[in-house]
Design a protein around this ligand. Structure first.
Ligand code: GTP
Ligand code: MG
Length: 206
C-alpha cells in the first residue's frame, strides 16, 4: 500500500482559513523535532514535501496536504519547544486548540513520540486533552533506528514501548493504536497508510 500523489495545498496561521473541503483529515502532532515532517515525507515518498530541520521549531503553521485526491494530511507545529517565547507558546496553544476543536473533518490525530525518551508530561497531558475533547488519536513512535536492537535489553525498542504502554494504561483503560517508525530507514509506512485507508473506507461506507 503506497501513496500515489501528495501535494501541498496551503499553510495557515488561523484555522478559519483552512481548506473548506470535507475530505477526511488526519493531523500529525508532537514535540518539536520529534520527526513529524520527516514522517510525512516518508509516508508520501517525497523528501521535499514537508520542510525538515535539525533545529526545532521549523513548522510554525497549519500545513495542509492532499493525498491521492481523497484525504488531507496536516502537519502541525511542534509543542514544547523550549526556546519559544511565552507569547509564541500561547499563540501555538491557541492555534492547536482551535484546530482540534473546529476541524470537524478531522478523523484522527497521530501523536508522535521519540522512542528514545521516557513518557513526557506534556505528551500525556495533550493526550488527556484530546480524550476530554473526544478526539481520536493513535501513537507513532519515531526514530526507532536510533535504538540498538542487540544491546542492553533495557534500552531496546521493545523495552521502551513496554514501559510507555504501562504509563498509558495508568491513565486509560485501553491502549490506542501504536505504530513504530523510522523515517531514515523507511520503517512503518505501510501500517500507517493502510490504517488511514481503512478508516477512510469505513467513513465512505457509512
Ligand atoms: P519541527 O517542525 O521543528 O517541530 O520538527 P519536526 O517534528 O517536523 O521534525 P523533523 O522532521 O524536521 O526532524 C527533526 C530532526 O530529526 C531532523 O534532523 C531529522 O533528520 C531527524 N529525524 C527525523 N526522523 C528521523 C528518524 O526516523 N530517524 C533518525 N535517525 N532521524 C530522524
Ligand atoms: Mg516540522
Amino acid at each position: 500500500m503506497r501513496i500515489k500523489s501528495a501535494k501541498f495545498i496551503v499553510s495557515n496561521q488561523n484555522v478559519k482559513d483552512c481548506p473548506k473541503s470535507k475530505l477526511p483529515e488526519y493531523a500529525f502532532i508532537g514535540r518539536s523535532n520529534v520527526g513529524k515532517s520527516s514522517l510525512i515525507n516518508m509516508l508520501a515518498n517525497n523528501k521535499k514535501l514537508a520542510k525538515t530541520s535539525s533545529k526545532p521549531g521549523k513548522t510554525r503553521l497549519i500545513n495542509h496536504f492532499i493525498i491521492d485526491s481523497t484525504w488531507h494530511l496536516v502537519d502541525l507545529p511542534g509543542y514544547g519547544y523550549a526556546k519559544a517565547s511565552k507569547t509564541e507558546k500561547k499563540e501555538f496553544q491557541k492555534l492547536i486548540t482551535e484546530y482540534f476543536k473546529e476541524r470537524n473533518q478531522l478523523v484522527s490525530a497521530f501523536i508522535l513520540i521519540d522512542v528514545r525518551h521516557e513518557a513526557q508530561k506534556i505528551d500525556i497531558e495533550f493526550m488527556r486533552w484530546l480524550t476530554t475533547n473526544n478526539i481520536a488519536f493513535s501513537i507513532v513512535f519515531t526514530k526507532i533506528d536510533k535504538l540498538k536492537q542487540d544491546g542492553n535489553p533495557n534500552e531496546g525498542v521493545e523495552f521502551k514501548i513496554k514501559e510507555y504502554k504501562k504509563v498509558i494504561l495508568d491513565n486509560w483503560e485501553f491502549l490506542p493504536e501504536i505504530f513504530l517508525t523510522s523515517s531514515t530507514k523507511h520503517i512503518g509506512k505501510e501500517n500507517i497508510i493502510s490504517y488511514i485507508n481503512n478508516l477512510n473506507k469505513s467513513i465512505s461506507s457509512k
